[in-house]
Each structure stands twice: as structure tokens, then as C-alpha cells.
Design a protein around this ligand. Sequence first.
Ligand code: ZN
Length: 268
Amino acid sequence: MFHTIQKGSLEYLTADALEGAIHCFSTRYGGVSEGQFSTLNLGTSRGDSLENVVKNYRILGAAVGFTPEEVVHTWQEHTDIILRVGKSDCGKGLFRNQPDVCDGLITNEPGVALVCFAADCTPILFYDPVQRVVAAIHAGWRGTANGIARKAVEKMIAEFGSRPEDICAAIGPCISQCCFETDMDVPQAMLRAFGGEANAFIEKRGEKYFVDNKGLNKLWLTRAGLTKIDVSPACTMCQPDRFWSHRYTKGYRGSHTGIIKLPEEAAT
Ligand SMILES: [Zn+2]
């Protein structure tokens, strides 16, 4: 289950499935940015002032439990690339060089806050409390069709020895089936990726299709053997004051995020 955390004007979401991990899904509320970036814009590539973006990370991080200096960004291009990062990557995207192209990040190092961006696309956070691994991915419809959620699980297993039954996941706010209107290309890609099981997540209305990206990503995760999965009911396009919707704003927008960091190791 998802929870809304309010601290003054700041608002962010947390998920029970990720309990124990330092994490959040941000909203538009609680930052210092203005205009189309108002107010908690966390993206650096759409024209907002870097100074304000860093302030926004500091405000959100003080509440959630990370610092801007610990942050590592993705550089999203609708790929299925997931990069393993560590302490030496901290600050990439915010204070120093542009990160390498990837739509997902994974780490087993403490002190590293993984950031993925969304504004209709689906942000997904992962936590394995046993092997102590976290991951953050961005799944638009292309990433969903390419199985980036499944690939994140496979990478946790291959690189860190995670067991699927230990991996917890939360699927964050994104454009939901109510608003994700598409042509034939999206359903066709999903049917190629999932087979007939995708039909349960596609609704035809007249000449258009409405596709449930959250449900399809959850399907990847249940197929991969995960049992602890939370799905946010929030739709970014239905709540344009609270979230950025790329479709609603026609691209004039900021970015919100899914952010996750390992907790400090318990003293033994
Ligand atoms: Zn909607």
C-alpha cells in the first residue's frame, strides 16, 4: 500500500513493500522552482535553474533521508539498459558529468541514492533486504514492452545473488489506463512481449486503445517470482496539479522521481 507523507508544503509518497529502505516517489509539492517547474522539479535537463533543482533535492532529501551529494541520476532514452553504480558515481547528473545513457540503476553500496525520472512513464523501485540491493528504473511503454522491469530482477539475481521471493517492488504514479490512449502500435508491442496475457491490460474504445502500463509491469514482476509488490493508484494525467504529466503539459514540465537508498546496516 502507498502512503502520502506531508511535511509542511512538501508531499511525497512511500510504499509499504519497500519498508526499511530509504525511499520516496516525489510529487510537485514542496519545492522552490517556478512556472512550469513549480515547485519540486528534480530534473536538470528541461531548463530549470540548477540552483533551484539542488535546493529541491536538499528539501526532499532532508525529509526522506538522503543528501543531494549522494544522488546518482539516470540518463533516460527509453532503453532497457540498467547500470550498476556505486559511491564513485555520486553526484552524476547533478554536480558533475552527465551520466551514461540508461533507464535503470542498481547498487549494493550504502550512501548512494538512485534516482529515476517520470512524468507519465512508470517509475519502479526495488529493494532486497537480504542481499542489501536497491534498484530504480523508468519504464515507458517501450521499456515495458522491452521488459526492463524483468531485467532489473534478473540483474539483481545475477550480480548480487538476490532471490526473487526476497525482492520487494513498488510501481509509482504514472499515466494510468484511464488516460493512456494509444494507437495500434502500443498494444501490438505488448502482445509481442507478453503474448495473449497482455489482452487483459488493453481496452479498445472506438479506434483507440487504452493500455495499463502499471498492470503490465506488475505482470513482469509476478512472472519473475516477486510476491511483495505495491502499485500506486495515482494517475499523473488525472492530477496535473500534483504530478507532471508529459501529455497534459504538452512537454512543458518538470520531472518527478522515484528515489531509493539502502538503509544503514544494523549494528551487530
Ligand atoms: Zn487518468
